[in-house]
Design a protein around this ligand. Structure first.
Ligand SMILES: [Zn+2]
Length: 202
């Protein structure tokens, strides 16, 4: 273990290798901060567009404009807060069930609707709460009922507490990649130290 760590420390200067525990903690913190900044920056952008549109429609800023804008702002704020809550939660739980949810993809014209299937996982958290997660096709094959899984605040995808595959999940984009790759080949997010992630959830 120590030798392994030394070897990976040596490798780090040249090729990409997994983050150290300290780097992992720093990466999770920075990633969470950035996702917060992007989310609220997007929120501010949407609000200014709404304000501009109402103003342009009404031709001047009067009480009506301010009222409609406050209403739009409140609704957007609730939606943004709700969607952020999904991302900012940290939890650990057990996969109870994997299933395919029927999703109706409506098409234009009088063609009948297409039924597609979207993979989901039902999770029971340690606190006893049930939740349903949307998965990618590859994550659907990766997780199995009975797996203990966790998710870290600020990151988007869950991972197994005890990785039993040759692959691991990229917590940033949901891609699967080989242990020790150093970075996710799809989104370039660094490979975190698994033990540190588990400590961060507790
Ligand atoms: Zn990725």
């Amino acid at each position: 273990m120590a030798a392994q760590r030394r070897a990976s420390a040596k490798k780090r200067s040249t090729a990409a290798s997994p983050l150290t525990p300290e780097q992992t903690t720093a990466w999770v913190r920075t990633y969470g901060r950035h996702s917060r900044i992007y989310a609220w920056g997007f929120f501010a952008l949407v609000l200014s567009m709404i304000f501009g549109l109402i103003w342009w429609e009404m031709g001047e800023v009067n009480d009506d404009v301010l009222y409609s804008f406050s209403f739009a702002a409140a609704v957007t704020f609730l939606l943004a807060g709700w969607s952020r809550k999904q991302t900012t939660q940290s939890w650990a739980g057990v996969v109870e069930e994997l299933f395919m949810k029927q999703v109706r993809a409506s098409r234009d014209g009088n063609q009948s609707d297409d039924i597609t299937y979207s993979p989901r996982a039902r999770i029971r958290t340690r606190g006893g709460k049930a939740m349903t997660l949307r998965l990618t096709e590859s994550l659907y094959g990766y997780f199995a009922p009975g797996d203990v899984v966790f998710k870290i605040s600020g990151l988007d995808w869950p991972e197994k507490a005890e990785p039993d595959r040759e692959e691991r999940v990229c917590l940033a984009c949901g891609n699967l990649y080989a242990h020790g790759a150093g970075t996710c080949p799809r989104c370039r997010a660094p490979e975190p130290d698994h033990e540190t992630l588990l400590r961060l959830v507790k």
